[in-house]
Design a protein around this ligand. Structure first.
Ligand SMILES: [Zn+2]
Length: 142
């Protein structure tokens, strides 16, 4: 075995005992790792604050909370419909209760769908609408 590295073979490659790693400060910063700010057990690269595990967990939690909110609104509307039916003196059978529940789900689905449609419309044409409104208001005060 030669100390200066000639013909020293590991996995079929020559290697050198004293290899000098020449990296720029930017490359060193790219290679450096730091702990995730949330769990502090996993490590992340430069420019990232949370690890993939914590990010996926936060996303799943957000989705769960969204469905819980939808469910809460469904039960709220279902209760309102049921109260209205009982105030009007109707005898509520189990099938009628189910109908009211389906109606509540339908109201929530239609409301959410129309909200998303309004949102998409505003994202596409919101600038034009606000610009023309601003022009109309400024013309009004001239
Ligand atoms: Zn983490």
């Amino acid at each position: 075995m030669h100390i200066d590295g000639h013909n020293n073979r590991v996995a079929g490659r020559d290697y050198y005992e004293q290899a000098t790693l020449k990296l720029t400060p930017e490359q060193l910063a790219q290679l450096s790792i730091k702990p995730c700010v949330k769990c502090e057990t996993r490590v992340v690269a430069l420019g990232v604050t949370t690890c993939n595990h914590c990010r996926r967990k936060a996303q799943a939690e957000e989705n769960y909370n969204k469905w819980v909110r939808y469910g809460f609104v469904v039960f709220l509307i279902w209760g309102t419909l049921l109260t209205r039916e009982q105030k009007s003196g109707t005898h509520v059978t189990p099938f009628h209760l189910l109908e009211l529940g389906v109606t509540a789900v339908g109201i929530v689905v239609v409301a959410v769908a129309s909200w998303f449609m309004i949102r998409i419309f505003w994202l596409e044409h919101g600038d034009d609408i606000s610009k023309s409104l601003t022009d109309a208001v400024s013309r009004l005060f001239k």
